[in-house]
Design a binder for this molecule. Structure first.
Ligand code: DX5
Ligand code: ZN
Length: 237
């Protein structure tokens, strides 16, 4: 990676205090975050239920004030049925799981036709080879570093090798514009290694929204961990 590459921190609101969701999103935005990550779960593809398009719609005006992206991570079966609704609600980017999409090419084209950026998420046990044909059509790959479904889980260490291999593949194929996003167990102890392996977008939930510190302080610590352990001057927004 070049030292000029900017690392984005995507704040996953799954761990936010839902009774004051708008405020929590604003705290992250005020602290410089420019990606708000919205986790959508159906109790079927993953064993948990979370939120739907109305949350995206409510956050849209807040994100607009900061010129920020709303990034929707669909952990649902048959995501095609809901793509238009989420983009109409205000999603700037949508990721679908390769495990849920038998016609992935069509799904990706549909996301792009709707005017959003397209991402594909991979469960920890899903090989990178499932993306071989589709990589040039993507804006980002979301590498899951926990089993999707819940916040606050432990980072799966073998994922680092997967991120590194994906980074190499993208470089070899001249696809550096395809971002590598990493989701699950990202905190001050793991963020540096994730960036060194080649990730440029770090999704973090419980490391940002928790009872220990303010959102601004948590973000400061996360950025400082990234800068220290990469030993390079990269800006983590
Ligand atoms: C998990 C979600 C994540 C989750 C990450 O299925 O996709 O975005 O919020 O939570 P942490 O950062 O706490 O592991
Ligand atoms: Zn997520």
């Amino acid at each position: 990676m070049s030292g000029k590459e900017k690392i984005q921190i995507a704040a996953s609101i799954l761990s936010a205090d839902f009774s004051r969701l708008g405020e929590q999103a604003e705290e992250a935005l005020e602290a410089g975050v420019r990606w708000i990550h919205v986790d959508v779960m159906d109790g079927h593809f993953v064993p948990n239920l979370s939120m739907g398009p109305q949350v995206v719609r409510s956050l849209r005006p807040i994100a607009d004030r900061f010129g920020s992206r709303l990034d929707v991570h669909l952990m649902i079966m048959e995501p095609d049925r809901y793509l238009a609704e989420f983009v109409r609600a205000g999603a700037n980017s949508v990721s679908v799981h390769v495990e849920t999409c038998p016609h992935l090419h069509r799904t990706i084209q549909e996301i792009r036709a709707l005017g959003a950026r397209s991402g594909v998420a991979l469960n920890p046990a899903t090989p990178l080879s499932t993306l071989e044909e589709i990589l040039p059509d993507l804006d980002f790959v979301l590498v899951m570093t926990v089993e999707p479904g819940f916040g606050g889980q432990e980072f799966i260490p073998s994922s680092l090798n997967k991120i590194d291999r994906l980074h190499r593949i993208l470089t070899e194929r001249g696809l550096d514009r395809v971002l590598i996003a990493v989701d699950g167990g990202v905190h001050t102890q793991t963020a540096g290694a994730v960036v060194r392996a080649g990730a440029t977008v770090l999704v973090a939930g419980s490391a940002i929204f928790n009872d220990q510190e303010t959102v601004a302080e948590n973000l400061r610590q996360l950025r400082s961990a990234i800068e220290t352990s990469t030993g390079r001057t990269r800006k983590a927004k």
